[in-house]
Design a protein around this ligand. Structure first.
Ligand code: AMP
Length: 210
């Protein structure tokens, strides 16, 4: 089965994806991490990301198809951060059709704008590993030195606001398009991580038993 996790930045999609990956053994496709790796090779991609804009669909999907193919990522996948537009969704839907699988469940993790800004302002990245930590919502592992972490340009307040604006305008249409083909479930993201995880897990279990 395939799952899409939608939600504004800081809604906890990544955390939930990793918990689901551990529990069910899903593959995990995180578009932001994937594009950050692309950005190391292509400065024009990094520049767009640093400004808080979306990487244009044409560039993004042309790199993506060969990547997903090479990783055999088409069944048992959690998609996080992708699709973000109706066109990206149509691309993914066609691609999955070709592989004779479909998108099964779509979770929309909802949090308020003020909570998004609060959570993201604590986000830091280890420039060596590209791993993301959050000084506000989690405790740093003991072997990680806070001073070695950096704040990504796209986690600064101006960029966060721009990303939220883009998210809000695009998500409405996206949810409508996805909802024609798959079950869409809204999740209250302002609760403890495990409570959210348990709710999502029970929906997945029910779906599997249907
Ligand atoms: P994220 O880590 O998901 O917040 O993504 C970081 C940045 O990567 C975004 O601000 C965009 O510039 C870019 N990005 C991630 N996913 C996509 C996507 N599906 N389409 C276009 N750009 C994306």
């Amino acid at each position: 089965m395939n799952i899409i996790l939608l939600g504004p930045q800081g809604s906890g999609k990544g955390t939930q994806a990793r918990l689901l990956q551990e529990k069910y053994g899903f593959n995990y496709f995180e578009s932001g991490a994937y594009l950050r790796r692309m950005g190391e090779k292509y400065p024009e991609v990094k520049k767009i990301m640093d400004s808080g804009q979306l990487v244009p669909d044409k560039e993004f999907t042309s790199y993506l198809a060969s990547y997903l193919d090479s990783e055999h990522m088409y069944d048992g996948v959690i998609f996080d951060g992708f699709p973000r537009t109706v066109d990206q969704y149509l691309f993914l839907k066609n691609w999955l059709n070709d592989k004779h699988v479909k998108m099964d469940l779509v979770f929309v993790i909802e949090i308020s704008e003020s909570e998004t800004i609060r959570r993201l302002s604590g986000r830091r990245m280890d420039p060596k590993t590209n791993k993301i930590y959050n000084l506000i919502t989690e405790k740093l592992p003991e072997d990680v030195d806070e001073k070695s972490l950096i704040q990504r340009d796209d986690d600064k307040e101006e960029a966060i606001k721009k990303r939220l604006e883009i998210y809000n305008t695009r998500t409405k249409d996206l949810v409508q398009a996805v909802g024609n083909d798959s079950k869409v479930i809204k999740i209250d993201g302002e609760r403890p991580v495990l409570e959210i995880h348990n709710e999502i897990s029970s929906i997945i279990d029910n779906f599997k038993n249907e």
